[in-house]
Ligand binder design. Sequence first.
Ligand SMILES: O=c1ccn([C@@H]2O[C@H](COP(=O)(O)O)[C@@H](O)[C@H]2O)c(=O)[nH]1
Length: 256
Amino acid sequence: MARSNGRQLDYRVNWSGVEKLSERDRIIVALDFSSEQEALACADRLQGIATYMKVGMQLYYAAGPQIVYALKERGFNVFVDLKVHDIPNTAKGAMQSLASLGADMVNVHVAGGKDMMTAAKEGLESGAAGQTKPLLIGVTQLTSSSQQMMNDEIGIEGTIVDCAQRYAQLAKAAGLDGVVASPLEVEAIKRSCGPTFKTVTPGVRPRGAELGDQKRVVTPAEAFAFGTDYIVVGRPITQASDPLKAMRAMVESIGG
Ligand SMILES: O=c1ccn([C@@H]2O[C@H](COP(=O)(O)O)[C@@H](O)[C@H]2O)c(=O)[nH]1
């Protein structure tokens, strides 16, 4: 990801000029492992083909900030996916701490409300102290949630698309850079929040792959056709018998 004046851009500059980030560079690999060794072994296997790694709760709680430094040293962009959701003061403090890691993307739950998101943004800005601020992304509805679960268990009425769109508008009003949602909601989010408001979309599976706990699922090619900025893919790559082969097949499926 190229940067200018502390802003992250969707292109990078190389010897031949300015190059727009390819779809391959917009695949974020979710390193859901329980140790630094396993995570780095997988990341090293994907060197040269993957550029963006995600450190979620399982790995961060096991390996600590060191895993972020190790991935950055290897040249990867890093999304630290800790989904902060707390009172505004605590969310602000969490973001102040996270800002010093050198991550490229961090996130909060939109359900924490506008004050919490605003405080998180302030924390990130003060923690970054003049250095490049990571993208701040809000989680709308988890891709493991179904329409029925959202309505009957959580008690939110209406469709998931409407909910994701409303949460995205709230995230935008709080100054966030984008949201996590399913690719199925990207068109509605882009329509109401504009094309530069980022969408980061898990719930992506190659055709025929096991869905696991994901409920709102599309293929990588479909996700990019919906206009998403980033897809997040974990198990189809990391749990494959040959992660490099799985990654190559995915890159091929989206046209290289
Ligand atoms: O709504 C959400 C938010 C985050 N995730 C995370 O993405 C990956 C997906 O992994 P798969 O193995 O490809 O299912 C995982 O780390 C989740 O924590 C999500 O799936 N949905």
